[in-house]
Structures are given as structure tokens and as C-alpha cells.
Design a protein around this ligand. Structure first.
Ligand SMILES: [Zn+2]
Length: 431
């Protein structure tokens, strides 16, 4: 088992917890220099110096998405503006963007975390990597790029898109690693087969590091098989991260039992989203996360809205850092349909269990005189038959998983949209 930084990656969890507390306290004093936080703490009657134990951490107010939006552009800066060397932001299509500003040292920590992730996932400096996460305002491309380079791999910075060229480069260079969204990996496999390229025989892809959107187990299995990761002795590694914490930050190790979150840099707390109490270990809850190491714009106790499960058991890879052992949905992706919460990831979980269905699907939500109607449109797998009896069974299965009715409409192969970046699975036609 290879490590990037064995000493840190295998440090006993108790020692890491002690360090987390010290760093959290220090970060509180640091962000208390910022007027927004200072007012927020004062309103809560909190003096950062009074946080003396783990119980006290619960008194620190949460930071939420609207805090980031309301303070656009630089209102949440805690470090010196003069030290900022990079700014990333979300697209801001639904309001003010949220930004993250980084000092040179923040970028170094980010790259270090990503280097640990890549080596944990199996990457070595001999790998040839096509990095197809988008470069730009989005954090994915740069986060991956710097981590890959730090390990010493040979990076071809293709960015997303240009699928024909991606495939040509894979053949010419014997590319061993592909990074991009899971949807793009699935699309790449489809185009390869269309062009008569057999990824198992004609390509050398061994690892896929895929982030930017959730990846269901069904999709993971399909990509592993179709792009040849498994056949070449490797596998797909899921990446989890969020702009508010700097971008991509955690990844599957070779044991594939969840994404390690580096406890010396991030503090995870799992809460009941209603009562805000901690849930029992191993139970699902909302991830609240703090950045313990950044200087420019560290966000503390951020309510991610992501429903996850955490495992703190030592991993078979030898790493001691906690893992996200289950990802149940992202609140940003959640739909409210006739009073029921629906996560697109739940739908994909059901659909991809069936080998006669492709991974090309979308959910259409309509308003029929005040009644919300949900329908899955999906293409069959190439060469597969789908009959009426199957559709009825699938509708029943979706109903029992979603606790709300959902129709199924089988579409012609090739008729639904394909994605080179994040997939857009929901077509919401309601007002
Ligand atoms: Zn592990």
C-alpha cells in the first residue's frame, strides 16, 4: 500500500482529534478579525476564547450558503487581501455567486490533500493522465491538476469536451488515468463503442478519478466495466468536495469503502438537520464541515445540506482519517414534489440496477392543474428490449423508493441529452 504522507495519513485518530480541536480554536480567533463573524459571534453571545472543549464547539453559529452570497465578493475574507493569489467561484446562475479566495499557502495545502487522495486511490508518477474536469472558475480542474502534478504524474490538461480528440489522445499516448465527471466518463464509453474502440482492448485506462456530481454504485460499476478500469486492474474513485471548502477534497482509496476526509485539515460534524443535535455514529445526517487550515477565507461549521454517513473505523488501507461511507443526496439537487423530498440520486439508484436500461435518463416534473406529475424518461441499453410489464414493475419500484408516484417513458436510443460536465437530470416545467 502506497502513501503520499504515511506519517500523517496513519496518525491515530485520537491525536488527530486533539489537533482538530486546537486548529478549530485557532481558526475561530482568526475569523473573529472579520466583521461579519465578529458580529455573528457577538449576537450569539460567543467569545471565541470561551470555546474550551468539544461541547463548546456546538455553540459556534453555523455558516450557511446565504452568508456566502450576502457577503459577495470579499466580505468573508479573514486573511490579508494582499496574500490572495487565486479566486474561484460558482456560476451564480441562481443569485450572487459564492467565492473562495486562496493564499499561496492555501493552494499548497489543497494540492497536498489532493496528492494524498490520488496516491490513496492508486495513482503513481508513471501514470499518464487526461484531466477532463473543467478549468476555469469551477474548482474541479485546478484542484485535480495541481494534485496530479504534485504526485509527479504526466498530466495532459484537456479540460472537458472534445470527446473525439480525448479518445484519440488516449490511444496515441496510452493514457492510464482519466478524470472528469462520472456522466462524462459514461458518455466517453458510449462514444468509444460507437467509434469501434474497445476500451478494454484498445485503451490502457486503469483508474478514473471522477467528481463534480454524485456517482451511484450502479453507474460506478458500469463505468468500471466499460472503460476497462477493472480489466486493467484498477477502478473508479469517487471524489467529493465543495467550493466552500476549497473544492475537491476527498476521494476513495483503493479499498473503495468511502472517501477519506483529511482530519488534520477538515472537521466533519454530522447533525440532524432539524434538531441540530449530533446523530449517532454510522447514522445518516447532514454534513457540517469546517476548514481548519486555510488562511484567506476559511469557512467554519458550514452546513453543506449534503446527507451522508461517516465511518471512523480504521480503513483496511491503513489510513485513520474518517470516511464518507454513504452519500444519500445533495440538498441543492433536492426537489420538492407534492410535499415529498425527491433526490435524483435515489432515482438513478433504482434505474441502474436494471441491465436493460442505459444510464441516459432524465426526470421531467410538470404541473397539471396544481398536481405535480413526475416522469422518468430513459433510453434502453443498446440492443435491449423493454416491455410493458417491465415498465409497470419499474414504476412500482420507483414508487416504493421515492414514496411518490413516478411514471416511466422509454425513449429511443440516442434521443436524450449527453453531458461532458455535470449532468442535468431534472427538467422542471413547473412555474
Ligand atoms: Zn482507505
Amino acid at each position: 500500500m502506497a502513501y503520499w504522507d504515511e506519517q500523517w495519513e496513519t496518525k491515530p485518530l485520537e491525536e488527530l482529534k486533539e489537533l482538530q480541536f486546537q486548529k478549530f480554536s485557532k481558526q475561530l480567533q482568526h475569523i473573529n478579525q472579520n466583521p461579519f463573524y465578529r458580529n455573528r459571534f457577538a449576537e450569539a453571545g460567543l467569545n471565541p476564547e470561551d470555546v474550551k472543549n468539544w461541547e463548546d464547539i456546538k455553540k459556534v453559529p453555523f455558516t450557511v450558503k446565504s452568508d456566502l452570497r450576502d457577503n459577495y465578493p470579499t466580505g468573508l475574507l479573514s486573511g490579508n487581501w494582499g496574500d490572495v493569489v487565486r479566486i474561484h467561484m460558482t456560476s451564480g446562475t441562481t443569485g450572487a455567486p459564492t467565492i473562495l479566495a486562496y493564499s499561496a499557502n492555501d493552494l499548497e495545502i489543497w494540492a497536498e490533500c489532493m496528492a494524498r487522495n490520488f496516491v490513496a486511490g492508486g495513482l503513481s508518477k508513471n501514470d499518464i493522465v487526461q484531466q477532463a474536469h473543467g478549468y476555469g472558475l469551477f474548482t474541479g480542474g485546478f484542484g485535480f491538476h495541481y494534485g496530479l502534478e504534485k504526485v509527479g504524474a504526466k498530466v495532459i490538461p484537456t479540460g472537458s469536451g472534445g470527446t473525439d480528440r480525448q479518445l484519440r489522445l488516449m490511444q496515441e499516448w496510452g493514457t492510464t488515468v482519466f478524470t472528469g465527471t462520472p456522466s462524462y466518463a459514461a458518455y466517453m464509453a458510449e462514444i468509444a463503442i460507437e467509434k469501434g474502440i474497445d476500451p478494454v482492448k484498445d485503451l490502457k485506462l486503469k483508474y478514473g478519478f471522477h467528481g463534480g456530481e454524485p456517482c451511484s454504485d450502479g453507474l460506478r460499476k458500469r463505468i468500471n466495466e466499460r472503460l476497462g478500469y477493472r480489466a486493467h486492474g484498477g477502478g473508479l474513485r469517487v471524489c467529493y468536495g465543495l467550493t466552500e471548502m476549497g473544492g475537491p477534497m476527498s476521494m476513495d482509496c483503493e479499498a473503495e469503502t468511502g472517501q477519506h476526509v483529511w482530519a488534520d485539515h477538515f472537521l466533519m460534524e454530522i447533525i440532524d438537520p432539524v434538531t441540530h443535535e449530533y446523530v449517532n455514529p454510522g447514522e445518516p445526517g447532514e454534513l457540517v464541515i469546517s476548514n481548519l487550515s486555510f488562511d484567506s477565507m476559511p469557512i467554519i461549521r458550514y452546513r453543506t445540506g449534503d446527507r451522508i454517513m461517516v465511518s471512523t473505523e480504521k480503513c483496511e488501507c491503513g489510513r485513520t482519517h474518517p470516511r464518507i461511507s454513504g452519500f444519500l443526496g445533495r440538498v441543492d439537487d433536492m426537489l420538492l414534489v407534492s410535499g415529498t423530498n425527491v433526490f435524483p440520486s435515489q432515482i438513478e439508484f433504482v434505474l441502474l440496477k436494471h441491465a436493460n436500461l442505459s444510464e441516459n435518463w432524465q426526470l421531467v416534473v410538470e404541473d397539471n392543474k396544481g398536481l405535480h406529475m413526475m416522469k422518468v424518461e430513459i433510453e434502453p441499453a443498446v440492443g435491449s428490449e423493454v416491455d410493458t410489464a417491465f415498465i409497470k414493475e419499474l414504476e412500482k419500484e420507483l414508487h416504493s423508493h421515492l414514496e411518490i408516484k413516478c411514471g416511466v417513458d422509454i425513449k429511443d436510443v440516442g434521443s436524450l441529452p449527453r453531458f461532458e460536465g455535470k449532468a442535468k437530470r431534472v427538467v422542471d416545467k413547473r412555474e
